[in-house]
Write a protein that binds this ligand. Structure first.
Ligand code: GDP
Ligand code: MG
Length: 196
């Protein structure tokens, strides 16, 4: 759910981001069961090549410093989206709190792809004046025999929504760090264009 972690005092400091720093809030959104938590646990796990620790805030919020292209960035990853949440307020929080988004669907679940499109539309509408970096993430690409969404459909969706696209497998740890590094690169591109 979107509740909990960030309504507490301790996480308030975590989610207040200075836009001029290398501190970025990245939010995972997408249907239930697509693998958001699996991706988040890889981020939180020991697989980081830098060996830096991940600070956990309530299990759904994890902060860690990564090195991308020789420059360090601190990502606060929020895995707090609950598509079943009845209270619209908490979903609104998710939609407004992120510096960048990973919109996740499962390549084995067409409904989750359609949900991802809806979320993309909603995000672009809610954050109209901002050029919020988004990566459309087609997870579970290890399950090729159960594929319901083709690579070209995913890619075409990303063109429509003016975002990046990647297929991942949390199970095989395929393209997962590429995704986190990719979102940092997107955030930097935006930062650098704002500074220019
Ligand atoms: P969430 O609801 O989006 O947080 O999804 P979860 O991370 O809880 O994953 C839902 C289920 O899909 C779990 O049983 C995971 O083990 C499984 N899962 C997640 N990612 C992958 C993946 O890349 N490949 C496969 N085969 N299963 C996955
Ligand atoms: Mg989850």
């Amino acid at each position: 759910s979107c509740k909990g972690s960030w309504s507490s005092d301790s996480s308030d400091s975590v989610i207040s981001t200075d836009s001029s720093s290398n501190l970025y809030k990245v939010v995972l959104i997408g249907d239930n069961g697509v693998g958001k938590s699996a991706l988040a646990s890889i981020f939180a796990g020991a697989a980081d090549s830098m060996g830096s620790d991940c600070e956990l805030f309530g299990g759904e919020v994890c902060e860690r410093t990564v090195t991308v292209d020789g420059e360090s960035a601190t990502i606060t990853l929020l895995d707090t989206w609950d598509p079943q949440d009845e209270s619209k307020w908490t979903q609104d929080q998710c939609m407004h709190t992120g510096d960048a988004y990973l919109i996740v669907y499962s390549i084995t679940d067409r409904a989750s792809f359609e949900k991802a499109s809806q979320l993309n539309i909603q995000l672009r509408r809610d954050r109209q004046s901002e050029d919020v970096p988004i990566i459309l993430v087609g997870n579970k690409c290890d399950l090729m025999r159960c594929r319901q969404v083709s690579v070209s459909e995913g890619r075409a969706g990303a063109v429509v929504f003016d975002c990046k696209f990647i297929e991942t497998s949390a199970a095989m740890q395929h393209n997962v760090w590429d995704t986190f590094h990719g979102i940092v690169r997107q955030l930097r591109l935006r930062r650098d264009s704002e500074e220019a």
